[in-house]
Structures are given as C-alpha cells and as structure tokens.
Design a protein around this ligand. Structure first.
Ligand code: NAD
Length: 510
C-alpha cells in the first residue's frame, strides 16, 4: 500500500466529498506516531445531508427485487475476497492492528457476508391459512428505512460487516460513521462498494465525532441507530435515541474473565491467554483481563505465563515477525499507564511491567505498552473492575470454581468469559452460571461464529438486540401482519357475513 498522504472523505449520495466546514483532525500511524493524513470532523448539517440521501434512496432500494439486491451482497463478498490483502493493510496502517490479525478480521467479515447471503431464507415470513372463513393471516418482515451505524476504533472491518450487509440486504439504506482513529478501511471498502454498481445513497459515510451521531436523534429520516463502542457511549446513544423514538442495537464495553482450573490443559491455556490478552495489544472487547486461578496450579501457571509474556516482541503492526503492535494513541497509552499506577496504589504486585518496552528504532515514537501482569489482585480493585483496554492481565487467586463464578456474577459488565478444564461438571456449571453473553470452554475469550448472535449481557449491552446470526435480521426488519379476506370476484362464493360469523367478527373488531 502506498505511503502517500491520506485524505479521508465523506461519501454521500454516490459522491466523495470534502467536509464543507473545513474541520479536519490529523490521522496518525500508531506504530510510528507519524501523521499520515487527515480525517473530517463533519458537522450536524453534513450528517443530515447523508440521512436525507439515504432516505431518498430508500424507496427504490427497498422495492428492488430481492435477487437483484442480493446480487450486491454476493459482489461485496467477492470484492472482499479479491482485495483481502489491501483491506487488511488499511487496518494495519491507521489502527495498527498486527497484519496477521488484520487479515483475520477481514477474513471474518467475509464469513459474515456468507451469512448475509442467506437473507432470502431468513426474511421469509409466515402464512396462516383460514384463520376465519375466507380469511388468511400473513406475517411479513419488512425493512424500516434509514439505519445509522457508529463504529469503535478497534474493529473497523468487523463492525462494517455486522451492520451494513444485513441492513441493506434486508432493504434498508445506511449512513455509517467510522471512528476518527481508524477511518481508512471504510474509505477503501466504500470504493469497492461503488465498484459493484451499488445505487447512489444506499450506503453513505460521514466521518467525525459525536456531533454526527447526535444529529440523528431528532432526525425524522432515521429509523434506527446501532453502535459498537464503550458502555458510556452506548448509554448516551440509548438515551438520545429513546427521546427520538429510534430503534437501537448498542453493544458496549467489557471486562472478561478466564477461570483456570486444576486440570486445565496448561499449554493450551498459556497460548490462549497470550493471543487473547496481548493480541491487538489488549484492545478487544473479547480480550481476557481477569484470570482466576485455583491454588493447585497457581505457581506453575504464573511462572509459565511470565516466561511466555517476557518473550513477546513489539514493533510495527506491518511487521509479520513481531507479536504485538502499539495501542491506538498517546492518550490510550497514558490511560493504561494511569491504570498501572492505580493498581500499584491499590496494593497489587506488578509482576511484569510493560511501561518501557524494547522497540525497534523506527518505532520509538509509536504508542507501545508491553505485556503487563499484576498479581495479588482482588476483585474489588479498580484494575479488576474497570475496562483498561490494553495488554494488562490481573491474576486473581480463587479457592474453587465458585469463587470464579461469584466474581463474574458480581461484575457489572457481562461480555465474555471462559473456563479451561477437562472436567464436564465444571464445564456444565460454568456454561450455566457464568453471567455473560458469550462463554468459552478451553477456547477464549471466544467470538461466536457469524452464524450465531454476538453480544454481551448486563452493562455490556444496552437494550436486547445483538449483532450477527438471526438476531441481525430481527433488528433490521419489522414484523407487519396482513389479514386478508378473499372475495370471489365472480360472486359465486360470497364471504361469510361479518355480523353472523363470530370468527370473522373477531378479525374485524378486536
Ligand atoms: P467509544 O465509545 O469511545 O467510541 C465509539 C464510537 O462512538 C466512535 O465512533 C465515537 O466517535 C462515538 N462516540 C463517542 N462518544 C459518543 C457520544 N457521547 N455520543 C455519540 N457517539 C459517540 O469507543 P472506542 O474507544 O472507539 O472503542 C473501544 C470501546 O468499544 C471499548 O469499550 C470496547 O470494549 C468497545 N467494543 C465493544 C465491542 C462489543 O462487541 N461489545 C466490540 C468492539 C469494541
């Protein structure tokens, strides 16, 4: 991918546009700290221009025959397969996700698109014949109009996949606001969508901050808003959309637990913790954070975890030979450093300090935090309660599985949790009692496959709607019920009189 200056543009009604208010923010490569381009901070007026374009495109798009509409989803799938490397590099540059993980993220979206290709089967309604004399009932899953979506910085491709194929495949049109910290993927993806011949206005992109989103709350063109982001943002959008009467799907933040039992397969356990805790530099909603370990394996586990953590290499996200890239920004690094100070002040032991990691010369100005491990952590410490969103692991000693489950139950967030064990009693107990939306057994913290819904519970989800699977279809459609009395135009079989037939009367009058 070229290293030329990146000018991010809005895309409204089929046109690439500069932001008319002239406000831009620098776009940086977190691996080097260098400015590599700029991203618009769009105004509420631009945001409403985009929803108006989506509203204008809606009648034609929703009326398009389904096979023709699906053709665009199939073309999107093909375009992503053909451009996987280019798209992965776009994520590795501005979000600085390690290139191998960026390829994995794009690959996951390709699988999501496979799922979206089943929309014709999933939006089929139901018919009940003869609910009264000559009367049939029919349930239709209909689109709603314009949906808007808001993305976090850490999964620019995945969140596109969770929202846009399902929204437009079911007949809606869309306005999308990527994170200002990782806009490049969507610039590339939008061009691929244009190349499929997608009609103007079906998908629109507006870059910027919360002002873009807040403009949607009272916008009559907007039917619903979806977000993947932190819990405070999910609550703020939930409140605004509640006032404006919009449908919402709001996935929030996380603090994920892993329970390591006495019979945990140790190699697998350590390997999973390294991937989950240090992958994406710990900036994942499914990053493991609190690790509950029983006394029988505690010393051995800790020695092996520290030894493996010390071997983690850091460097440019584009370098396939390193394990871990940077965090997203200087302010994210400061937040993580602040949490390390908080942990020390709370009395936890810093068994591995990632504050001054060894780096290649070219990455000295990047935003790096090395693997960090706290021991002697108790569940009520702030480092065990709050989302740090960096490569920091808390090791918590627990007496048995009940101690681990109690911590999970008492935590206000409930995204994911996993257990490492070979014991079927522990397995079933954990699946039943871990108070989270996504549970893993000897895998994790695991992301459900796109054929199944993805999302947490408690404070990790505002409202009920989750992404992926059949849940996505439910969110982007509304049920409409038709009651149809069939009248014989030849007058040979007159419909039963409403006044005398009680089953017909109940259809008319209830
Ligand atoms: P964030 O909440 O700061 O921002 C998310 C998006 O919301 C951005 O596009 C931002 O511009 C916008 N935004 C921020 N404040 C807003 C407000 N008050 N009103 C309207 N819009 C607002 O999150 P982030 O730092 O970009 O991403 C990290 C967070 O996302 C973490 O908490 C992580 O757990 C969460 N996340 C959750 C999932 C999940 O599946 N539950 C997946 C990925 C990330």
């Amino acid at each position: 991918m070229s290293t030329e200056y990146i000018k991010i543009k809005n895309h409204i009604n089929g046109a690439w546009l500069d932001e008319s208010n002239g406000q831009y923010e620098p776009l940086r490569n977190p691996s080097t700290g260098h400015v590599i381009g700029e991203v618009p901070l769009s105004s509420p007026a631009t945001s409403r221009e985009a929803t108006a374009a989506a509203a204008a495109a809606y009648p034609g798009w929703s009326a398009m025959p389904l096979p023709k509409r699906m053709d665009f989803i199939f073309k999107m799938h093909r375009a992503m397969q053909d451009n996987l490397e280019m798209l992965a590099q776009s994520i590795a540059i501005d979000q600085a996700k390690h290139i191998a993980e960026a390829r994995g993220e794009v690959g996951r979206v390709i699988e999501i698109l496979q799922m979206a290709c089943t929309i014709p089967a999933l939006i089929q309604g139901d018919t009940v014949q003869a609910i009264a004399n000559n009367i049939n009932g029919r349930l239709i899953k209909a689109p709603l109009g314009v949906f808007c979506g808001v993305a976090p910085f850490n999964f620019p491709a995945l969140v596109f996949g969770w929202f846009i194929p399902f929204a437009i495949g079911t007949g809606n049109t869309f306005v999308y606001k990527p994170s200002t910290e990782s806009p490049l993927f969507m610039q590339k993806m939008m061009q691929l969508l244009c190349d499929t011949g997608l009609p103007d206005g079906v998908v629109n992109i507006v870059h910027g901050d919360r002002e873009v989103v807040e403009a949607w709350y009272e916008d009559d063109n907007v039917a619903g808003v979806c977000l993947v982001g932190s819990t405070p943002t999910a609550k703020a959008i939930g409140e605004g959309c509640g006032r404006g009467g919009k449908k919402t799907m709001l996935l929030g933040g996380a603090k994920n637990f892993l329970a390591a039992m006495e019979d945990a397969p140790m190699d697998l356990l350590i390997e999973n913790i390294l991937m989950s805790g240090y992958g994406s530099a710990g900036q994942r909603c499914l990053a493991v954070s609190n690790i509950a370990v029983v006394p029988e394996i505690y010393d051995d586990f800790l020695a092996r975890l520290l030894e493996a953590s010390r071997k983690i290499t850091l460097g440019d996200a584009m370098d396939p030979d390193i394990f871990m890239g940077p965090v997203i920004s200087a302010s994210a690094r400061k937040r993580i450093h602040d949490y390390i100070d908080i942990g020390l002040a709370e009395g936890a032991t810093l068994a591995l300090d990632g504050r001054n990691p060894q780096l290649p010369e070219a990455n000295r100005d990047g935003y790096f935090v090395g693997p960090t491990v706290f021991t002697d952590v108790t569940p009520c410490m702030r480092i065990a309660q709050e989302e740090i969103f960096g490569p920091v692991l808390n090791i918590i000693k627990v007496g048995c599985i009940d101690g681990a489950l109690r911590m999970i139950r008492n935590h206000p967030l409930g995204n994911g949790a996993c257990i490492f064990t070979q014991n079927s009693f522990y397995t079933e107990k954990f699946i039943n009692e871990a108070d989270v939306g996504m549970v893993g057994v000897n895998v994790g913290i695991c992301a459900p496959h796109p054929y199944l819904p993805f999302g947490g519970i408690k404070g990790s989800l505002v409202g009920n709607n989750k992404v992926q699977g059949k849940d996505a279809i439910d969110f982007f459609t509304q049920s409409k019920v038709a009651t149809i009395r069939v009248v014989d135009p030849r007058g040979l079989a007159p419909a039963a009189a409403t006044t005398t037939d009680s089953s017909v009367r109940s259809c008319v009058a209830s």
